[in-house]
Design a protein around this ligand. Structure first.
Ligand SMILES: Cc1cc2nc3c(=O)[nH]c(=O)nc-3n(C[C@H](O)[C@H](O)[C@H](O)COP(=O)(O)OP(=O)(O)OC[C@H]3O[C@@H](n4cnc5c(N)ncnc54)[C@H](O)[C@@H]3O)c2cc1C
Length: 478
């Protein structure tokens, strides 16, 4: 949607073909029986990236939706100590750290000062590079900056070098989960996520995260983009006029000067292109470290569950053990960590009066088969843990439930192996080491989205659209 809107604003004629019947892709919404659920993303982080998107069209996010900063940003439940709520105010977070570990307050202050530099450099020039080759990075200023970015240390080591307390370490490791890899495998560059979390804050667009998708769609339409829904592309080929043909499920086809695929990269490569036109082999794709999939539950309760916040993290189980079951020895987790999002606590319109909406997310490996039996088992686990922490017999108050897992991601989005958020941001899958935005075989075929640069998450996906739009525009002008 970003790429389409930007290219539309440059005066190009742009059409978008989307297999589903509404815009937004993974950033979707479920509306049923008076409940509204954020179906995918729920953490609105890095508001500056969203603002930059709207500013390009002379608009602001506030022209489309009202943002509220959440306070606390989130609450964490533990097995063996009282929950910790993360205040929105940075000074209060520093005091909180100090109250848990003597000296940790000052250390957090300097940790965040460094994380701020990483954010400014990393989210400045670096993140907007097309990353077609390493030579783009051979710019003295950027090289100098690269040494400040801590690319070659893991974030877990970086955090451990500042803080001894396990709870504090886990709090700082939590944002890394968005990047799709274990903290041990994620470069310390990504302490910039701690700056995004603690300093820039957790926000919520009133009405739900789907307001963002609707706004981006509207911006595209205002730039003259033609959206076609229920229009699945089933084959792509170059033609003899140096154009690219798209073939659709309804047997129609059309030719374009340039094509950008925002679908899962591997799907486009392996399913839509003939073998000789694929840039990467099946072996390449199989060796990629994918971000996890998610086992999701959309739950409606006929009472307001106490003790929860808009975002609640249930770290009342071993993170290391669960991480091993996601990344190293794929298995359904024995004792899962999970996350819940209850937007009705902030936005009463998301549930009938006096009721409570709750999305529960368990991160799981992509290489597992979700069955009804598995889904029923994990719902029991979640309800039991929720009952323990809220003091309410949650099963008795459950009046709406829906689940969603690997097979649903594949069916709905052609997700590669059922991933929820693309390719992980490990060191070996950063920048020029990610799948390239331009096809190696078809010069006017391009890619964007969470499987290419810069990576998973809403802000990176928006940035990806901007990178490819500018890259294509430059090709058109050349
Ligand atoms: C459960 C979950 C929780 C998340 N939480 C957060 C969060 O809190 N904060 C955050 O910032 N990010 C979060 N994310 C990540 C974020 O949602 C994604 O990174 C982002 O939405 C991906 O955007 P995209 O455009 O790359 O891909 P998509 O949204 O998948 O868009 C690709 C589109 O291509 C379409 N398509 C596929 N194949 C075809 C075809 N053959 N023909 C036509 N159309 C096709 C799909 O239907 C889809 O609409 C979450 C994701 C999930 C799933």
């Amino acid at each position: 949607m970003t790429a389409a809107a930007i290219l539309g604003s440059y005066g190009h004629e742009v059409s978008v073909f989307e297999k589903n019947d509404s815009p937004g892709g993974r950033a979707g919404q479920i509306r049923e029986e008076g409940f509204i659920f954020d179906k995918g993303p729920s953490f609105y982080w890095m508001p500056d990236v969203f603002e930059r998107f709207f500013n390009q069209f002379g608009k602001s996010a506030s022209d489309f939706y009202q943002l509220k900063r959440l306070d606390p940003s989130y609450k964490i439940f533990w097995a063996d100590r009282p929950p910790i709520s993360m205040p929105a105010d940075q000074a209060a977070v520093i005091s909180l750290f100090e109250s848990i570990e003597s000296g940790a307050g000052m250390k957090l202050k300097s940790y965040l000062e460094e994380a701020k530099i990483k954010y400014e450099v990393g989210m400045g020039d670096f993140v907007y590079m097309p990353s077609m080759s390493l030579t783009e990075y051979v710019d003295i200023r950027l090289l100098k900056e690269a040494f400040r970015l801590d690319l070659f240390t893991s974030i877990s080591k970086h955090i451990a070098s500042h803080f001894k307390n396990d709870y504090l370490r886990q709090i700082l490791e939590f944002p890394v989960l968005f990047l799709g890899a274990k903290p041990q495998d994620t470069p310390a560059l990504y302490s910039l996520m701690n700056y995004a979390d603690i300093t820039l804050g957790t926000w919520y667009p009133i009405g739900g995260m789907y307001e963002v998708s609707k706004a981006m769609y509207q911006v595209g339409v205002d730039q003259g983009v033609q959206y076609h829904f229920a229009s699945e592309v089933i084959h792509i080929n170059p033609n003899k006029n140096n154009k690219v043909d798209l073939h659709f499920q309804n047997n129609e086809s059309d030719s374009f000067d340039y094509v950008i695929s925002g679908a899962d990269y591997q799907h486009t490569e392996a399913k839509l292109l003939s073998k000789n036109l694929q840039s990467y082999t099946p072996k390449y794709w199989d060796s990629r470290a994918l971000a996890p999939s998610a086992l999701l539950y959309f739950l409606g309760f006929d009472t307001v569950l106490p003790n929860l916040e808009h975002h609640s993290l249930f770290f009342d189980a071993s993170f290391d053990y669960h991480a091993r079951e996601i990344y190293d020895e794929p298995a359904w987790p024995k004792d899962p960590l999970f996350y819940t999002n209850s937007s009705s606590l902030t936005d009463p319109d998301c549930a009938p009066a006096g009721y409570h909406n709750l999305v529960a997310l368990i991160p799981v490996s992509t290489s597992l088969e979700d069955t009804e039996e598995v889904k029923a088992r994990y719902l029991d686990i979640i309800l039991e843990r929720l009952s323990k922490h809220t003091g309410i017999p949650t099963r008795q108050h459950l009046i709406f439930q829906k689940s969603y897992a690997q097979r649903d991601f594949i069916r709905e989005f052609h997700s590669f192996k059922g991933n929820a958020y693309g390719l992980a941001n490990t060191l070996m899958q950063t920048g020029p080491l990610r799948p390239k935005i331009q096809s190696k075989k078809i010069p006017n075929l391009f890619y964007c989205g969470q499987l290419t640069v810069p990576g998973p998450g809403l802000p990176p996906s928006i940035i990806s659209g901007e990178i490819v739009a500018r890259f294509v525009h430059r090709k058109i002008l050349a």
